[in-house]
Design a protein around this ligand. Structure first.
Ligand code: F6R
Length: 614
């Protein structure tokens, strides 16, 4: 969701802020703006609805020269996406300016109070109350950092804010309350940066600090100082992040989505790398945070996540049951959070959260932490809030995922879950008699098998040409591939805006079958496994009703040839890991259909990469 960048240094700030915002575009936004301190220490603001280009165009006449500034890409919550509601927001005297990510839940109450004190509001946003709160404190003699801290403690809900004021011209203050996205501080040679995510910082430095909820930072040319929002000093030291900034470029590909689909074999190789041994078979997971004794106590595993990460959690359920012998269930984090879930002292919560900052998932994790439940998170983002709440983390190490639609983070998470299940199974003594060796043997084949699945790329592009005009799709899977069917449907609707449903094939005749006719293609995931016969029956049911069928089958399986309209082959894959391979052609199908329909593949409408509001 909203992206934030701030800079204090010796370089012109405007280009740096605009490039930083461009690197955060993947988070999703509908307007953008920047504020700079000019040579006379006045705050100048440019903002524009729409994409960053509109902002850049509006600034062409006179690019400001300041070396201190803040910028923002907004994903609207309160107030439509227009120029006025775009951030940054100024106070009444035009001497303080802020950008904000999150929701101020008590904004109406604060706004009434501020209006009563004579403040004038320009926008319809909840965010604007923050700048007026800071203005009030500055007027009563506070320093910027204290004024920002006083505003922070008045806000209900989760917020990340960056502020500057003419009163202290070379200072930026920022805070993080709750889980409205991160605040990363970068220590570069050319100055100090603050941003909501690493891609805006890494081109300048890999030395960073991540703010924890409730922390506030003051940056100037010389460095940063930290405290809690209520004033207690906090010690933070920058540490080096090992991420290649080149990973955030499209390289030879037209879109990040295609690049990220194509690099999956390499990405999941990094997930596996250094974590498995064969002689003797062993699985090693650093930072798991749970002892053998604690894992021996576990009597149930609950997996949670949202969207694509929830589909990974559902695949993970099968892995947990099979490799650990523990009962497992998978739940959508936003549902789990608000029901009175039965969590005992022996429950293990496994969250899947590639960004580590999804508000619904963090809310569920916090609730579980309050109840003393042990937790492991499957995550791609170092320093993110999920990794702080959980007792341990399995980092999926797939590199930055820029396309809003998640692809390599899904397959990385599936592989991460498999590693975790194998680890727990080994710790609990379940994987005896060669079972661990055989499970790991299956795992290390996956990058190669994904590579083979990607060889279907041209054929799928051709198929997309045949199917891109349809308005409805049904995806069917069984067992392990039910979550794959749901993911295929999710991907298609996200990037091509086609209505699609993902179902357990057995469920089809209990309702969805009424929809079947020539106008709704059915994508049936039918790999050769113990459910193949059952899937064949479902395919026959669709055929009998004149449905159009694309079947995803195991290479060499001829049983469906001639019975379905089109076939996509995937290689023979170990059953538990089929979701990591069978999803590949579905990702490609969604991509090429979206391309044919002229959609903005990397930035689908209304979507945000990191969903930091509930
Ligand atoms: C879909 C997609 C989303 C995310 C979901 C959870 O392509 O990207 O559904 O998977 O918002 O995100 P994380 O894993 O960051 O918690």
């Amino acid at each position: 969701m909203c992206g934030i960048v701030g800079y204090v240094g010796n370089q012109p700030a405007a280009p740096l802020l605009l490039t930083g915002l461009a690197s955060l575009e993947y988070r999703g936004y509908d307007s953008a703006g920047i504020a700079l301190l000019d040579a006379e220490d006045r705050i100048v603001v440019w903002k524009a609805a729409g994409k960053l280009n509109s902002l850049v165009e509006s600034m062409k006449a006179a690019l400001p020269q300041g070396t201190v500034g803040i910028g923002h890409t907004r994903w609207a919550t309160h107030g439509i996406p227009n120029d006025v509601n775009a951030h940054p927001h100024l106070d009444c005297s035009q001497k303080v300016v802020i950008v904000h990510n999150g929701i101020v839940e008590n904004y109406q109450e604060l706004k009434d109070e501020l209006l009563g004190q004579g403040h004038r509001f320009n926008s319809e946003t909840d965010s604007e109350v923050i700048v007026h709160l800071i203005e009030s404190s500055l007027k009563s003699g506070a320093e910027l950092t204290d004024a920002v801290g006083s505003a922070a403690v008045r806000l209900r809900g989760a917020s990340a804010v960056v502020a500057m004021a003419v009163q202290e011209p070379n200072v930026i203050a920022a805070f993080r309350m709750g889980n409205a996205g991160g605040i990363t501080i970068g220590y570069a040679d050319e100055g100090m940066l603050v941003a909501s995510d690493l891609p805006a910082v890494l081109p300048h430095t890999n030395r960073v600090v991540f703010l924890a909820p409730g922390e506030l930072v003051r940056i100037d040319h010389n460095g940063a100082s930290y405290r809690s929002v209520d004033g207690t000093p906090v010690h933070q030291e920058p540490h080096a992040i090992a991420i290649d900034p080149g990973a955030a470029t499209k390289g030879e590909y037209e879109h990040f989505m295609l690049k990220e689909i194509m690099e999956q074999p390499e990405a999941v190789t990094r997930t596996i790398g250094g974590r498995v041994l064969f002689d003797p078979a062993d699985v090693m997971l650093e930072g798991i945070g749970l002892t053998t004794e604690e894992l021996a106590q576990v009597d149930r595993v609950v997996l949670i996540g949202m969207g694509t990460s929830w589909q990974a959690a559902q695949a993970g359920r099968y892995m947990m049951e099979s490799l650990t012998g523990l009962p497992a269930e998978a739940d959508n984090a936003s549902e789990f959070r608000y029901r009175d879930a039965l969590l005992g002292p022996r429950t293990l919560l496994v969250s899947v959260a590639q960004s580590g900052e999804t508000a619904d998932t963090l809310g569920a994790m916090e609730e579980a932490a309050r109840r003393g439940v042990k937790q492991v998170t499957i995550c791609n983002a170092e320093g993110s809030q999920a990794t702080r709440i959980a007792d341990g983390t399995v980092f999926i190490r797939v590199g930055p995922e820029i396309s809003v639609a998640s692809t390599k983070a899904l397959t990385g998470s599936i592989v991460g879950l498999y590693l975790l299940a194998a680890y727990i199974g080994r710790e609990r003594g379940v994987l005896e008699g060669g079972r661990l060796a055989s499970a790991l043997d299956d795992l290390v084949k996956i990058p190669r098998l994904m590579g083979e699945a990607l060889e279907q790329r041209e054929w799928i592009e051709e198929l997309a040409g045949l199917y891109y005009k349809y308005d409805h799709f049904l995806f069917l899977g069984r067992g392990m591939t039910t979550s794959t069917a749901m993911e295929g449907a999710l991907k298609l609707k996200e990037v091509s805006y086609i209505h699609a449903e993902g179902y357990a094939a057995g469920e089809m005749k209990h309702g969805p079958i009424a929809l079947i006719d020539k106008s709704m293609p059915d994508v049936a995931i039918a790999p050769r496994n113990y459910l193949h016969g059952k899937m064949m029956n479902n395919i026959e049911e669709v055929r009998a009703r004149g449905g159009t069928i694309i079947a995803v089958v195991t290479h060499g399986d001829e049983t469906l040839r001639g019975k379905v309209d089109h076939i996509i082959e995937i290689p023979e894959t170990p059953p538990l890991l089929t979701p990591a391979v069978a999803v590949v052609p579905l990702q490609l199908l969604a991509y090429y259909i979206a391309l044919r329909r002229g959609c903005d593949v990397d930035h689908p409408r209304n979507l945000a990469k990191t969903v930091t509001v509930e």
